[in-house]
Write a new protein. Structure first.
Length: 255
């Protein structure tokens, strides 16, 4: 069931989105060579506490997971695509780091992700990150009243195809609002003009995930959560929560 939000609800979601944006900003500034992934999770927890918000990630257990998620952020490094559990791993020069987080505030939820490089980029990594960001921008640009979900999906998929990147086709974006995952699904590949119609008040999390090696397959780590590229190539993940409005797409998870 798809819930269309009121303008007041969109404003409330924007406040949850601001918390998410502050978390991502703080984690990115804290990420440096030698920093543990668990330290980044602690940074995120501090922002949540200060905002009086809670994490929709902590304790979350979807059908595929063997255990509840133990952290407030996902940190996916190098060949990890998404859902990485923060560990004692220390960041190294050239690591590609994807951070995904959410926040619940006053009954509404925001969800966003960013990928960045620690230290000196390896060949091709900066292009991977920039292209994934460009795909997110293209998906958001297609999120206009009168379009359909397929227009968002096609905009993202076209950029992946042009760049020769793979995408984990079982995973993509989603509706969001009172809960982190709501209807409708927002795949990262599709046909224009197909799917659920976009109307004022619809809120979506749009999130391209690109794999540098060009293969769409993935493998699940022993932790039951982390998805890795099958060929060991690096991956990037970008995400924003947005609202469809008569004035165009409204990004709810920006600073």
């Amino acid at each position: 069931m798809v819930e269309i939000k009121t303008d007041a609800a969109l404003d409330a979601m924007r406040e949850a989105g601001r918390v998410v944006a502050r978390i991502l900003d703080a984690v990115r500034r804290a990420a440096a060579i030698g920093v543990r992934l668990t330290d980044l999770d602690e940074t995120a927890r501090a922002v949540l506490r200060e905002a009086g918000a809670r994490s929709p990630f902590l304790g979350y257990r979807p059908h595929f997971a063997p255990t509840p998620f133990p952290a407030v952020i996902c940190v996916s490094v190098n060949d990890a695509i998404v859902h990485g559990i923060p560990t004692d791993y220390r960041l190294r020069d050239g690591d590609v780091v994807g951070v995904d987080c959410g926040a619940e505030l006053d009954g509404w939820t925001g969800d966003a992700a960013v990928t960045f490089i620690v230290g000196t980029p390896r060949p091709g990594d900066a292009e991977l990150v920039d292209t994934t960001r460009r795909a997110l921008d293209a998906g958001i640009a297609a999120a206009t009243v009168g379009n359909r979900i397929g227009d968002i999906s096609a905009a993202i998929g076209a950029i992946a195809q042009e760049a020769g990147y793979g995408m984990p086709k079982d995973f993509g974006g989603h509706g969001i609002g009172r809960h982190m995952h709501e209807d409708p699904s927002v795949p990262n590949h599709g046909r224009p003009g197909r799917g659920y119609p976009l109307r004022h008040g619809l809120t979506l999390a749009i999130e391209p995930m690109f794999i540098a090696g060009g293969r769409d397959g993935y493998r699940t780590a022993a932790d039951g959560w982390t998805l890795h590229s099958v060929d060991g190539s690096r991956a990037a993940h970008m995400e924003h929560t947005i609202a469809i409005t008569e004035d165009g797409p409204r990004v709810l998870t920006a600073l």
